[in-house]
Design a protein around this ligand. Structure first.
Ligand code: SF4
Length: 397
């Protein structure tokens, strides 16, 4: 590294990408200067980013004591406007253009439902115990004199009685499995967050609250080939009014009602909901006035993760060694004379079955690049775009 006390800046996602496949890391973060990514937005990632952005803005108001229902409505409106423009511009992966606008509306409705249910039922429980001290603040944590972790914890919390710090982390997920929830006990992210909290605030940080907001079961419809989201947040059931015996429509949320005589299945965001005030969105009315609390609470899961100091220290040592090695590899990549050697030695590809089916049972997004299907310039092919870095000083040395 250079003589002016250089510092190699990296984020946890860089480290995880490298473990997944060194060539994946090189494509995602280094190629062309800042890395490349598929032009079509990933449904899961873009839905998660949208939800994170909305909750970050709202919890910032909660932290300052300025939150109101009107502010929340404005946050949703602005975030959805931006998301729609971006998704119309870049499209969503695996979605036919004729269904793109409809799918964008469905994703916005799902995110609104998940966020509203969490804010209504889960947030007050957290605020009984903790105060929010920071939301998505960019932090730089010196792991060693030459390696710096860039991190943005979703929320930094302080326990109201003990004064201990904790992290609050959101995951928007389809994986409704206890092995997935429990795996965070061993995850890099929880160790990294606790190291960061201890550096930022001093003293011992207690835990990471992992908040899982459930997307619901997603199945492909045999007739249309489209995915159906079996989430009570966006899929409703209605027994039409039958006066004088039943003067009003009756709403339901259990998927078994879909095959019950007389019941009609509908999309919550598209339906004309009986009794809804004009100023409320369908999703607000559905969560506030129709969906039973016990059903809404089933849409999120929590795990409080504790890590031992020894585990955190061991992670720190491993990741510093890894990043020093990556620094060397990236320097060699930038020199034409050593570029090929760097690719072979520091950034070899998996080139195995994981290219086609990764841990999410999906093909690696770089499969057509690595297997030469897009020529020499993936960006020129129109299938990839340059990545916008998530951290201001990414890879600054
Ligand atoms: S396609 Fe295979 S080799 Fe290429 S980045 Fe993905 S996992 Fe690595």
């Amino acid at each position: 590294m250079s003589e002016q006390a250089p510092k190699w800046r990296f984020s946890r996602s860089h480290s995880e990408a490298y473990k997944r496949c060194p060539r994946y890391y090189q494509k995602a973060y280094i190629e062309g200067g800042t890395g490349i990514e598929p032009a079509a937005l990933s449904m899961g990632l873009s839905r998660g980013s949208l939800g994170h952005e909305i909750l970050a803005q709202y919890l910032n108001h909660v932290r300052k004591g300025t939150e109101t229902p009107e502010i929340l409505r404005e946050i949703f409106a602005k975030a959805f406007f931006d998301f729609k423009n971006k998704a119309l511009d870049r499209t969503l992966e695996d979605i036919d253009t004729s269904m793109l606008e409809w799918e964008i509306d469905r994703q916005c409705a799902l995110v609104e439902g998940m966020c509203r249910a969490w804010i209504k039922y889960r947030l007050p429980m957290i605020l009984d115990i903790y105060e929010i001290v920071a939301t998505e603040v960019e932090r730089e944590i010196e792991l060693s004199p030459d390696v710096v972790l860039m991190t943005r914890i979703d929320n930094e919390l302080r326990h109201k009685q003990t004064g201990e710090y904790a992290a609050l982390e959101f995951k928007f997920t389809k994986a409704n499995r206890s092995d997935y929830f429990d795996s965070w006990r061993y995850a890099t992210q929880t160790a990294a967050h606790l190291i960061a909290l201890e550096e930022i605030h001093g003293g011992r940080a207690s835990s990471v609250l992992m908040e899982f907001l459930m997307v619901g079961t997603v199945r492909s419809d045999e007739k249309s080939g489209m995915d159906i989201y079996y989430s009570p947040l966006v899929r409703g059931y209605r027994l039409p009014a039958n006066p004088p015996l039943q003067p009003d429509d009756i709403y339901g949320h259990e998927s078994k009602l879909g095959i019950k005589k007389g019941w009609i299945t509908f999309n919550v965001w598209e339906e004309v909901l009986q009794g809804k005030p004009a100023w409320m969105s369908n999703m607000e009315y559905w969560v506030e006035a129709v969906l039973p609390p016990e059903k809404a609470r089933e849409q999120f899961v929590t795990r409080e993760i504790f890590r031992h100091e020894d585990e955190m220290e061991a992670w720190k040592k491993r990741v510093v060694a890894q990043q020093r090695r990556l620094y060397t590899g990236v320097q060699m990549l930038q020199d034409k004379a050593t570029e090929d050697q760097a690719l072979d030695v520091f950034f070899p590809g998996n080139f195995d079955e994981s290219c086609y089916s990764n841990k999410y049972f999906r093909p690696c997004p770089f499969l057509p690049v690595c297997y030469g299907e897009l020529g020499t310039d993936p960006v020129e092919s129109g299938k990839f775009v340059r990545r916008t870095p998530h951290h201001e000083r990414e890879f600054e040395v």
